[in-house]
Design a binder for this molecule. Structure first.
Ligand code: ZN
Length: 111
């Protein structure tokens, strides 16, 4: 009874990644509803079969992967759009066009 039908709780920390059914109440900048490529999801230990309707927030997914997400990790699904409902860190990842090893490349470039 207490469960909202659309609740999408992160299985690692319990954060509601999709408070979009009551956006006006909670305000902008909270949503972490996104889709990553299957290969990324699998690397995080999330198999498609066993974890069909499970969710991870950005922080816990990155912790499992041991690296930051970049735009390349996300699918072309319409939900992967930078908007004001997304958390700042999700928007930052969606607009990060660097390769996964981009940090090292930037260091080599002297930045
Ligand atoms: Zn989490």
């Amino acid at each position: 009874m207490g469960f909202r039908p659309m609740a999408a709780l992160c299985i690692d920390c319990g954060l509601d990644t999709a408070p979009n059914d009551d956006r006006r109440k909670r305000g902008a900048g909270k949503s972490e509803y996104y889709m990553v490529r299957d290969s990324v999801w699998e690397k995080a230990g999330m198999s498609e079969r066993k974890h069909r309707a499970t969710f991870l927030c950005i922080g816990c997914l990155e912790a499992r992967l041991g690296r930051m997400l970049t735009a390349r990790d996300f699918t072309r699904a319409p939900i992967n759009r930078v908007d004001r409902w997304n958390s700042p860190r999700l928007n930052a990842r969606l607009s990060n066009r660097a390769k996964p090893e981009g940090d090292a490349a930037m260091r080599r470039a002297g930045r």
